[in-house]
Write a protein that binds this ligand. Structure first.
Ligand SMILES: NC(=O)N[C@@H](CC(=O)O)C(=O)O
Ligand SMILES: [Zn+2]
Ligand SMILES: [Zn+2]
Length: 420
């Protein structure tokens, strides 16, 4: 299979790209159109290496009404992603070798992009004891996480770090002290008080992170902070990096662009875990991303059915979708606004995720690399509309927002997996 993409922008230059047998064969300026199986008019769209998201929830098996591997991966492709890591909090949880092997096969069969599988740290995410980490790593676990629940037991966290370090994998930590959360539905503070909603103390994140980092000093386990949300957590990661600890962090777009002051009424679209924090927290996250304390952006794509995101924040589900809004939001707010260049955004959304999680993705558009890429019209402005979502989840607080950067086509191994 030989494909020619004409007139695309790569690194700021207009070019043609030849793809053969799933790989980038050459960049040419004047190519003859003979001998191709497919010719695509790139219309001067910008070609970027496929985006990578190390934190998504595809709900399959068990909650297919919220999302499936197929719909979730189609949403990812529509968002410009060619590679994601799926969390283990499906029903049942991916916590043993048999389930992991079957899930890896299902991800491959049903996913239109590359879907790596994260395995659970503990059986059923209870945190009581550490699961068979070595066997799961040998069976192909992309990383380990207890996402959905914090590990309340220090002993479980300590033993998990030792086992994950021995297996040479990354521990992606959902940090949450249940006692301090105490049934809250949004960040504790003035806003929660005003709305009369139960608050979650932000120390529920940072205090558990401090505990975990004390352990990393000893275990040297590669420890990745999932969905970091507080200023204190950013300070702790910054300090840990200064010390040379193997610590990394991801932030989700919603924690960069929204804070508790955006919650003007009891609205389920603003309920997620961790919650939107204070403005000060949000600005610390932006600063942490800009200074390299936070390594990457991850969506924490958490689809739910419409009826699960209705009524009061007290009764509804935690989580929002993010795969189809992440790139345009990040591009609009960080690149189009002039804060950073496109290369920096690609560091956050491609290069660092690949490097930290040791993924096999090329992450670049170079001759010889696999043709995992996305073609984007960076100049097209559009309104985020749930009707356009491929995800079954329409639960986004960004609906109605005007953004730049429309994904036009996404290719995995040279095959088109999304076309607008
Ligand atoms: N982020 C959320 O609010 N929800 C996630 C779980 C999680 O990421 O902790 C989910 O699975 O729905
Ligand atoms: Zn989580
Ligand atoms: Zn999550």
């Amino acid at each position: 299979m030989k494909t020619l993409i004409e007139n695309i922008i790569v690194d700021g230059e207009q070019t043609d790209m030849i793809i053969e047998d799933g790989r980038i064969k050459a960049f040419l300026n004047e190519s003859s159109k003979e001998g191709y199986d497919k010719i695509i008019d790139g219309k001067c769209y910008t070609a970027l290496p496929g985006l990578v998201d190390v934190h998504v929830h595809f709900r399959d098996p068990g909650q297919e009404a919220k999302e499936t591997i197929e719909t979730g991966s189609k949403a990812a492709a529509a968002g410009g992603f060619t590679s994601v890591l799926a969390m283990a909090n499906t029903k049942p949880v991916i916590d043993n070798v048999e389930r992991l092997e079957s899930q890896i096969k299902r991800n491959e069969e049903n996913g239109v992009i590359k879907v790596g599988q994260i395995a659970a740290i503990s059986a059923d995410l209870t945190g009581k004891e550490v699961g068979p980490i070595e066997e799961l790593a040998d069976a192909g676990a992309a990383a380990f996480s207890n996402d959905g629940h914090g590990l309340q037991s220090a002993k479980t966290m300590y033993e998990a770090q030792l086992a994950i370090k021995a297996a040479g994998k990354v521990l992606s930590a959902h940090i949450e002290d249940d006692d301090l959360v105490d049934g809250g539905v949004m960040n504790a503070g003035d806003r929660a008080d005003k709305l009369g909603l139960p608050g979650m103390n932000s120390l529920s994140e940072s205090s558990q992170l401090a505990r975990d980092l004390m352990m990393v000093r000893q275990t040297r386990c590669s420890y990745h902070v999932a969905h970091i949300s507080t200023k204190e957590s950013v300070d702790l990661v910054r300090q840990a990096k200064k010390e040379g600890l193997p610590v990394t962090a991801e932030v989700s777009p919603h924690h960069l662009f929204l804070d508790e002051t955006d919650i003007i009424s009891d609205d389920p679209m603003f309920k997620m875990n961790p919650p939107l924090r204070s403005r000060e927290d949000r600005l610390a996250l932006v600063a942490g991303l800009l200074d390299g304390t936070i390594d990457m952006v991850a969506t924490d794509h958490a689809p739910h059915q419409a009826h699960e995101k209705q009524g009061s924040m007290c009764g509804c589900a935690f989580g929002i979708v993010g795969l189809e809004t992440a790139f345009p939001l990040m591009y609009t707010r960080f690149v189009a606004s002039g804060l950073v260049d496109l290369q920096t955004l690609l560091k956050w959304m491609v290069k660092n995720p690949i490097a930290v999680f040791g993924l096999k993705d090329a992450g670049e558009l170079k001759v010889g690399d696999s043709a995992d890429l996305t073609l984007i019209d960076l100049t097209e402005e559009f309104e985020i509309d749930a009707k356009d979502f491929y995800s079954k989840g329409k639960n986004s607080p960004f609906i109605g927002e005007s953004v730049f950067g429309r994904v036009k086509k996404t290719m995995v191994d040279g095959n088109i997996v999304f076309e607008q």
